[in-house]
Structure formats: C-alpha cells, structure tokens
Design a protein around this ligand. Structure first.
Ligand code: MIC
Ligand code: SF4
Length: 640
C-alpha cells in the first residue's frame, strides 16, 4: 500500500477503498479559524452535542485580526467562549496562522485532521491525512461524526536529486502546479516519494502540501521519517512521532517525476496559481509591493533566509515590503536571535503573525501595482485591488526583489543559503487556552454581529427559476463570496454578506436574485475552486439559489452546496452551457424522484423550448441530504 491507502485504511468507517466510491473516515483532530469558525460553531451548537468527541480540536484566531468595528471582536469572543464550553482548545490572536501553529504544536503523523480551511493539507507535511472542508462538515466531525470523501486516486510525485542553492520548496509546488494545473488534482491525493524527500525539512514539505490545495487535490502527503522525528523532537514532542512510509511495492494511479536539481526560481503570474514560469523568463519587471508570510511560507526557516538576504541592505525606495512571521514561536525566535532586527533595519514593515494581506486584511496594493507575494493564491481582486497584478514566489525571490525593486533571481546571489534547522524550537504555549473541564457553567457570549444562519427546506417536487448569472471557467469562492477587510467582519452575518455574493462577476447579482425569488447559477468548469468558505453556498442559499449547473465543480464547494441543499448539476453535453442565457426560465419536474433514483435527468429551458441533460453524481447519503434540504436537516432527521 501507499501512504494514502494506509492512512485511509486505518481510519475507514465505511465504504470500499475503490477510487470513485464514497468512503467515511474517522476524524482524530479538527481545526477551525475565525472566518469560517463562527459558522462552524453555530452549526455545532445547532447539532446539539455537549462536548467534542475528537482526540483534539483547536480553534485559531488568525484571519480577522483587523478590528475596525466591533464585529471581529464579537466573533472572537463568541469563539473563545463557545470553545471553552465544548472542549476545544483556543489559540488566541497573536499566536499565529492556524496551519503553521498546528504543524508546530499539534499535528501528529498518522492521524486524520479535518479543518474548516482549504489549506489544512499543510499537515500532510508531517504525515497526517489532513483535509479541508466546509464548517458544517467540521462541526459534524467535532461531534464524533465521520467525514465522507470520494476514495481518491493517488498520484506519486517522485522527487529525485537535490535543490540548487536558493531554489526553494515553493518552486517545487509551483512546478507541480505548472504540470498538473488548478484542476489537475481533483479527486486525487498527491503523495511525495523518492530520494529527494530526504533533502526537505518539515516546513519545506509543509509548503508543498499546503499549496497542493491549489491543484484542487483532496490532500497531499509526505512520509513521516527521521526528519519528521527530528522536527517533533525540536518541538519537544518526540512522543508524537510514528514512522509512516509506503510499502516498497506500493502502487499508484499516476506518477510524475521531478528532478529537484533541474528546478530554478519560479513565479505564478496573475491571476492563477498555475500560470507558472521561471523568474528568468518573466524578466526584471518593476515591483511595487512585496509581502512575505502566509501559511505557505512563514516558517522559521523561511524567515531566516529572508533575514539573511535583507541583512545590511535597504528595501528599494519604490517598494513596500511587509513581513508576517507565521507564528508567535517564529516571531519570538527571530527576535531572540537578531534576525528580526536585520529585517527592521532593512526597512521591512513587520506585521502581526496572522493571515493579513493574504486574505485582503490590509496592505492592498496601489492601482495597477505589481505585488510579489509568498502566498498561495493570486486570484484577481483577492488583494483588495482589482487592477493589481499578484505574482506568487518563494521568500528568497521576494526578499531579493524587495531590495532590487524588480523581480530577481536569487540563484545569482553569492552568499550561502545554509540555515540550520534549530535543535530546539522556542516552545511556549501560553497563548493556547484549554477548554473548561466541565463546560456547563461557561456562558457563550453572542454579540450583535452573530446572526442565525440560513437553512434550507425539503426539496420540492418541482424546482424552477430563472438563470440568474452565467459565469466562466475557474470561478473561485473569492468571486462567489468575496472576502476583504470590509467583508470579513461579516462572516457570521449571512444576510449582510449575501448583498455582495458574486459581485466581482456581476454587481447586480444579489438584487436580481432577490427580485426573481431565487433561481439557478450557470457556470463553466472547476466552479468554486479555492477557499473552503461555506459562505459561498450559504449566501446563494439565502438569496434563493436552488441549483448550480456547471461544467464541473471543485471538491469542497460541491460538498458545501450539498450540505446547504443546493443542487450541484453538471452538463452532460458541455455545449448546452452556450445555449442558456440570462433570465431563461428553467424547470426540473419531479425533482425529488430524480434526486432519489437517477444520476441523469432533464432540465427544461421554457424560454427557449429546449431540454438539457444534467448529471448529479451523488452518493446515497448525499441524495438523502438533498431531499432533506441539507446536512443539518438530514442530521436532525436521523437523530430523531
Ligand atoms: C483562504 O485562503 O482563502 C482562506 C481565507 O483561508 C479560506 C477560508 C476562508 O474563506 O475563511 C480557505 O482557504 O479555506
Ligand atoms: Fe490564511 Fe492565507 Fe493561509 Fe488562507 S491561505 S489560511 S488566508 S494565510
């Protein structure tokens, strides 16, 4: 068996391990962050379980850290109190980015981790089966419920050779993205193997598994080996180590080989993470902003390389350089060893250990700016500036470019890139609050920003409505439910958020949807890629959206639609997409019968007098969920 199969087998609750069939997994650990967490805990409360049933559940505050009104602070207080009551650890704001902190302090090789954030696969860097999901699925897992996925195919990425100096782990995942594209990982787990694995530290592996999310993959995983053991030992928790490796005769569904020594520094060009080219080919473009940090590249090792490049230099006068170290541990160590002083002396603007600019919480670049970021997503408008051009690069490329003022190739540097992994990290978990022993007398504080979330009704016999919007391929959840400094504070307020639903595609969408009393979304392929935010399903639900007909869907978003009772339909004949126009009236007769028994059924276009064949690829359980009007109704029905 390969690692993926071993981890799945060890957690299999039901289903057969045949690619394509639905399997249920036992979840050992969960994580939430604040922007998806409020909703996840409201849902957890609605399920009505007193105490989490996982081995460990942690709530992080890292996304909404710009308090420009009472809203975010309200959300934080709610999360802090609801977690204390129900047995969940609480990582206070300032402690760091969920994935970075989880890797350092809580991740355990061989365990499953379900997180309400699409970059949860970061945990694959220490050999976890770590999967991103919508808040509702995480809520169910906290209550001891299993998590359902389609048994993935496993892709072996065989790493040979060793990276050249100043070429980085980021360049490896950019190369994988170049080869596989943003939809190439759908239905797959990306498993790393080969001699090259031994040359990569845990944080480097985590950079790779983190950004595997951009492939659309279910997750990515590395073996757990001597290097993992040394990392855990340095974190003071060697007892969490177990060796995890593929059998010598393990088989895989696909295989790619990457010779690490052949790679050079790369960048993903605007506005997709798979538009990858080498820094050399892109050329010395002038840079206005550089942002270093995010859950992809904010480890101690990353920061030390940056500090080394910045030491004794000055950031170019036309560049704003911001740095957010990934965790309190990292920031503390940088301040203790002087590296932080080198960054500050060079003119870097130090931000708190949080997501910050990655989710558009501040640092929006100027009009038409070129911004180099060590992040994982460069979708149009995500930075908060629609006309900005975001390039995704390694910390090494970012730091050198910040000094030069133009996109630069660090392999031209004549200093050594050697940084040694610390034998002991600075461990101090004083910013993690333990849950109350007995939660009964903890009062959950709900400020006025916490609004009830919308729920669906049972699927009616006939589903009808107009086509409300028609969007192209690769629409992200950042398009469907934008997040920026102005909107993120409303993650627990769906009625307000819904006003901005799909606004980047058409700013009149919400008004039109409300006037039409709901209807359908027509979409191209890979609809809903990116973030796990279930708000991208809840806001359409609030606006009355009954179904989405797309060429194909991204995994987490499709699950979120089903959880909300919104029909995810795919065109059997993709050309039918061209046929549907805005405001066409669409009807599905006998919807309940179809959902119950059929994979394929007909959608009538009453306006055009035509019929289209659509498909819903749903498991039995998901069909029941659709009929019940979503996961919450389904769970309640089952518990009655
Ligand atoms: C992201 O990187 O897009 C986010 C913000 O972390 C999201 C979660 C969210 O929308 O709150 C994700 O990746 O799932
Ligand atoms: Fe935070 Fe950005 Fe990572 Fe999402 S991708 S968890 S916003 S740092």
């Amino acid at each position: 068996m390969n690692i993926t199969q071993k981890l799945i087998k060890a957690h299999l609750v039901s289903g057969e391990m045949i690619p394509g069939s639905e399997i249920a997994l036992r979840i050992d650990q969960t994580l939430t962050q604040d922007s998806t967490g409020t909703m996840a805990y409201l849902e957890f409360e609605a399920i009505g379980i007193d105490r989490v049933k996982t081995k460990r559940s942690v709530a992080y505050i890292d996304h909404n850290t710009l308090q420009s009104g009472f809203e975010n602070a309200d959300d934080h207080k709610y999360i802090q109190t609801v977690t204390k009551k129900h047995g969940i650890y609480f990582s206070r704001p300032g402690n760091g980015i969920c994935h970075q902190v989880h890797l350092e302090r809580f991740g355990i090789p061989g365990q499953t981790l379900l997180g309400s954030d699409s970059h949860t696969p970061t945990g694959g860097g220490i050999g976890m089966l770590a999967i991103g999901a919508g808040g509702m699925d995480v809520a169910v897992a906290m209550g001891g419920g299993e998590y359902y996925i389609t048994m993935p195919k496993v892709v072996k990425v065989n790493l040979t050779g060793k990276l050249k100096p100043w070429v980085a782990a980021k360049d490896i995942i950019l190369e994988v993205l170049r080869i596989m594209t943003v939809k190439g990982g759908v239905g797959k787990v990306i498993e790393y193997a080969g001699e090259g694995v031994k040359t990569l530290t845990v944080p480097e592996r985590a950079t790779i598994t983190n950004m595997g999310a951009e492939l659309g993959a279910t997750t990515s995983v590395f073996p757990s080996d001597e290097i993992t053991k040394a990392f855990l030992e340095a974190q003071g928790r060697v007892e969490d180590y177990t060796e995890i490796k593929a059998d010598d005769d393990a088989t895989y569904d696909e295989e790619i080989t990457i010779d690490l020594s052949s790679l050079s520094p790369m960048a993903a060009k605007p506005h997709m993470p798979d538009l990858v080219d080498t820094v050399k080919n892109i050329g010395k473009i002038k840079v206005d902003q550089v942002a270093i940090g995010s859950c992809t590249n904010s480890s101690y090792m990353d920061m030390m390389k940056v500090a080394k490049i910045l030491k004794g230099k000055t950031v170019h006068e036309d560049v704003s350089l911001v740095i957010s170290p990934g965790s309190k541990q990292v920031l503390n160590m940088l301040s203790a060893n002087g590296a932080l002083a080198d960054m500050i002396a060079a003119g870097a603007r130090i931000l708190e250990s949080a997501c910050g600019p990655c989710i558009g919480m501040g640092q929006s670049p100027k009009t038409d700016a070129v911004s180099l970021r060590t992040f994982n997503r460069n979708f149009e408008g995500r930075s908060g500036t629609k006309s900005a051009k975001i390039y995704l690069v390694s910390p090494e490329v970012a730091a050198l470019s910040a000094i030069n003022g133009y996109l630069s190739d660090p392999t031209e540097l004549d200093i050594s890139n050697e940084i040694t992994m610390p034998e002991k990290f600075l461990v101090n978990d004083n910013m993690v609050v333990s849950p109350a022993e007995e939660g009964n007398d903890v009062e959950v504080v709900r400020g006025p920003n916490i609004k009830p979330f919308p729920t669906n009704v049972k699927l009616p016999e006939k589903v009808s409505g107009v086509s409300l919007i028609k969007v192209e391929d690769n629409i992200t959840t950042d398009h469907i439910m934008p997040s920026n400094a102005k909107l993120l504070p409303y993650r627990s307020n769906i009625p307000y958020l819904a006003e901005f639903c799909l606004a980047p595609c058409d700013e009149n969408f919400a008004t039109r949807a409300k006037e039409a009393n709901g209807g359908f979304i027509i979409a191209g392929s890979n609809y809903g890629q990116g973030s796990s935010r279930e708000h991208a399903a809840l806001a359409p639900l609030y606006l009355g959206v009954k179904g989405v007909i797309a060429k194909s869907f991204a995994r987490i978003h499709m699950a979120n639609l089903v959880n909300s009772g919104i029909l995810p339909m795919t065109f059997v004949n993709e050309n039918d997409y061209d046929d549907i126009d805005l405001n066409d009236e669409l009807v599905i007769e006998n919807a309940t019968e179809m959902v119950k028994n059929q994979d394929r059924f007909t959608v009538k276009n009453v306006t055009k007098g035509k019929e289209y064949q659509v498909e819903i690829v749903l498991s039995e359980r998901q069909r029941e969920m659709m009929l019940a009007g979503g996961l919450l109704n389904y769970t309640r029905e089952k518990n009655q």
